[in-house]
Design a protein around this ligand. Structure first.
Ligand code: NAD
Length: 496
């Protein structure tokens, strides 16, 4: 069983303990937290054993019946606002933790990841405070009347399993609605990016969230904390973001006890550029969708289809943008392109770069590892890469790479491009670039995805439904849709 440690002592020894029932819990089983820009060890993470996972789930169960469970919804909403305010007060700490764990550029942390981390608490708190419940009045067989009304009750203990690519944003996207609905949570953050979970635990303690409402168990996935948490019978629902193959494993775990799941998973997203598009805006958006966060965005584009009259121009302009990206450490010398997140991920992306050559791709730019200054040589750097010339059946055109790369292919007709973009087992997102309103609306309806952007990318209104079609997800979160997973409807029928 783990030992209770003091936060300042853990900090001083660069140790990330677990957070269980308001206590910092260290274990002897440790793994390294690594800076992806240098490959250096920057801290040590305490892996939860089965005992810690069990304690966290029991603490979360007990908290459902404690002060949190009895709290008036207005108080709960105020507590979520306090969490959002505290994240903003500690903005710099979050930016530092996120950039150190992931290597993401400072501006991405400052303008996307951390602000959304705070907004995810505030917006869901406001939203759920204003959602009406359904009522139906009915005639009864004896000539009388009955009234039905629905109550929304928290689902219970929610297991949150999160990935490493945009850690704070993706974790709070689940924590915000889970807590706003009155659930309690056990979070298993990615083993690659553990720091923001501990900062969140500090924030929860600072605003006085009752004991056991929020718990963090660190560790790996299979045969480790992730698996033990999702298999735990005390968990009432599992929300997961990560790879589709991991989702399959979690679904098997969830089958025992018939626990509901909400899954946001992999993608192989298309961008479609019509010849009438505003090419300046298109290139800016397309480049962001391919290369932002070093291509480690689930919504990112890896397949680009360009209508033949503008194909050569789009390829040339995308090449110029890719070659202008400046790899480097967050905040150092104007760097706007970070490393990949881990050695394993770098090996995976490079294996696809090699595969593209084997499959006969024309390498327009990139394809390897950039030369870096001495102090960054140990990091997991990668070149932004563009290919052309592959057929639709090439593996590089069909499998999720999750790196800063895309294949650009020409197309002729609308009908043809819809079929080609839809010929995938994934269905997360797409973007369409055109000035023709009819084309835009037809594509929006025809593409088999959860989110279709027209003349934009990654423009998110948190009130809208978000999730993947096909093997990219199960269920929708966002706005009132999150209620479907984080609460249960209880119907009360009153005979008058
Ligand atoms: P991953 O599936 O490897 O890991 C995600 C989390 O699952 C980690 O916390 C990991 O420890 C845990 N895990 C792994 N095996 C497990 C198991 N057997 N049981 C329980 N937990 C387990 O994913 P990743 O590499 O961290 O993230 C990248 C993937 O996430 C990509 O496929 C990307 O498309 C996807 N993603 C999707 C979205 C979306 O909204 N659809 C958002 C971000 C990332």
């Amino acid at each position: 069983m783990g030992q209770i440690v003091k936060l300042d002592e853990a900090r001083a020894s660069r140790l990330l303990p677990n957070f269980i029932a308001d206590e910092w819990v260290a274990t002897d089983s440790r793994f390294d937290n690594i800076d992806p820009t240098t490959g250096e060890v920057i801290g040590s993470v305490c892996a939860s054993g089965k005992g810690e996972v069990d304690r966290a789930v029991l603490a979360a169960r007990a908290a459902l019946k404690g002060p949190w469970g009895r709290m008036k919804s207005a108080q709960r909403i105020e507590m979520l606002h306090a969490i959002a305010r505290r994240i903003n007060e500690r903005f710099k700490d979050f930016v530092e933790a996120e950039t150190r764990d992931t290597g993401m550029p400072i501006h991405f942390a400052e303008h996307v990841d951390v602000p959304r981390g705070a907004a995810n608490f505030q917006i869901f708190a406001d939203l759920f405070a204003n959602v009406p419940n359904e009522t139906f009045t009915m005639d009864t067989p004896d000539g009388g009347t009955a009234v039905n009304y629905a109550l929304r009750v928290p689902r219970g203990v929610i297991a949150v399993i999160s990935p490493w690519n945009v850690p704070l944003l993706l974790t709070t996207w689940k924590l915000g609605p889970a807590l706003a609905c009155g659930n309690t949570v056990v979070l298993k953050p990615s083993e690659e990016t553990p720091s923001c979970a501990n900062l969140l635990a500090e924030v929860m303690a600072e605003v006085g969230l009752p004991e056991g409402v929020f718990n963090v168990v660190h560790g790996h996935g299979a045969d480790a904390a992730g698996q033990w948490l999702t298999e735990h019978p005390g968990v009432d629902g599992i929300t997961f973001t990560g790879e589709t193959s991991t989702g399959e494993a979690i679904m098997r775990a969830a089958a025992k006890g018939v626990r509901p799941v909400s899954f946001e998973m992999g993608g192989k997203n298309s961008a479609i550029v019509f010849a009438d598009a505003d090419l300046d805006a298109t290139i800016a958006g397309l480049a962001r969708s391919c290369f932002q966060n070093t291509g480690q965005v689930c919504l990112g584009t890896e397949k680009v289809y360009v209508q033949r009259p503008v194909f050569d121009e789009v390829v040339a302009r995308m090449k110029a943008v890719a070659e202008a990206l400046k790899p480097g450490r967050p905040g150092e010398g104007g760097a706007d392109f970070g490393p990949l997140n881990s050695r394993t991920h770098q090996a995976k992306v490079l294996s696809y770069y090699a595969l593209a050559r084997e499959e006969g791709a024309v390498q327009v730019t990139g394809g390897g590892v950039p030369a870096m200054p001495d102090h960054l040589k140990g990091g997991w750097w990668i070149e932004p890469t563009i290919w052309t010339g592959l057929g639709d059946d090439a593996r590089v055109v069909n499998e999720e790479i999750f790196g800063p790369c895309c294949h650009i292919a020409p197309f002729d007709t609308e009908e043809e491009v819809i079929a080609r973009a839809n010929a995938t087992e994934y269905g997360l997102a797409a973007s369409v670039w055109t000035r023709d309103l009819g084309t835009a609306h037809r594509l929006g309806a025809a593409l088999e995805v959860g989110v279709c952007w027209i003349n934009s990318w990654f423009l998110r209104d948190l009130r809208t439904a978000f999730g993947g079609a096909k093997q990219s997800g199960i269920g929708r979160e966002g706005g009132v849709h999150s209620l479907e997973f984080y609460t249960e409807l209880r119907n009360v029928c009153v005979k008058l």
